[in-house]
Design a protein around this ligand. Structure first.
Ligand code: CO8
Length: 256
């Protein structure tokens, strides 16, 4: 079986499942490369409107593969070009929902933070334990965590390496929703299915404006929002959505 499996469980929804249970889904080169290849293919596939990423019941992903990293030298890391692989996920224009059970640690927490929505099971644990093995996050963990939860919660996690439980992660803004462990994937798929039924251009514009606007000056970000808002009035789906509302019928979106 492949180390990353791809399924199409619902209309418009693709599911990527990490499949290295013997290593708590540690992200080795093979997994990261497969993940990136799948992401690029799904981004280009017009029939895919939302993507769910998950692991198994014990781990979403326990981080970078420490066996692969233990003896690495800086040049090895440089040549691995991991940022190119992560960019395939970061740049995906379609919404990504992370369905997290068990451990999301190190690169696993960073992978979850690449998503747009995080659904966690009650038993999930989020952490950046890199400091405990002599390193620090290297796939956006410091910056994405800072932006998600603020300096003081982030620093505590980064400097102690201590994981937080799902409810605490939710309270600090690192998780969108906590559900019983057995319902995580179902809930993530249901959210993805809801998003997949939305007008795709509006979905895409929301993600783009959120992503680009987050680190832009407020005036520029607001201008970006206005332009995207105005642009959507050029879409047939805007005319259809509003006409359907006024006609009291269900809209039929085309993605144009
Ligand atoms: N890398 C390699 N193997 C791992 C990893 C890992 N990160 N995590 C677990 N495994 C392996 C264990 O070695 C063990 O293998 P074996 O059975 O052959 O001994 C197997 O998975 C099961 O692990 P445990 O017996 O430890 O299982 P537990 O359920 O008792 O504990 C934990 C699970 C808590 C997840 C524990 O395994 C653990 O602490 N793992 C390490 C977590 C960690 O430190 N992660 C950070 C890694 S560094 C990092 O992510 C840097 C990211 C920077 C850039 C990103 C690039 C991808």
């Amino acid at each position: 079986m492949a180390e990353v499996e791809i399924e199409r469980p619902r209309s418009g929804v693709a599911l990527l499942r990490l499949n290295r249970p013997e290593a708590r889904n540690a992200l080795n080169t093979a997994v990261r490369t497969l993940l990136a290849e799948h992401m690029r293919a799904l981004a280009a596939d017009e029939t895919v409107r939302a993507i769910v990423v998950t692991g198994d019941d014990k781990a979403f992903a326990a981080g970078a593969d420490l066996r692969e990293m233990a003896e690495a030298m800086p040049v090895d890391l440089l040549l691995r070009q991991t940022h190119v692989v992560w960019a395939a996920i970061a740049d995906c224009p379609k919404p990504i929902v992370a369905a997290v059970n068990g451990y999301a640690l190190g690169g696993g927490c960073e992978l979850a933070m690449h998503a747009d929505i995080i659904v966690a099971g009650e038993g999930a644990r989020f952490g950046q334990p890199e400091i405990r093995v002599g390193i620090m996050p290297g796939a956006g963990g410091t910056q994405r965590l800072l932006r998600a939860v603020g300096k003081f919660k982030a620093m505590k996690m980064l400097l102690t390496g201590e994981p937080v439980k799902a409810r605490e992660a939710e309270a600090m803004g690192l998780v969108s929703e906590v559900v019983p462990d057995t319902q995580v994937l179902e809930r993530a798929l249901a959210l993805a299915e809801t998003i997949a039924a939305m007008p795709p251009l509006a979905v895409r514009q929301i993600k783009e404006v959120m992503r680009l606007g987050a680190d832009a000056p407020l005036d520029a970000a607001l201008a970006l929002e206005r332009k995207a808002f105005q642009l959507l009035f050029a879409s047939r789906d805007q005319k259809e959505g509003m006409a359907a509302f006024l006609d009291k019928r269900k809209p039929a979106y085309e993605g144009r």
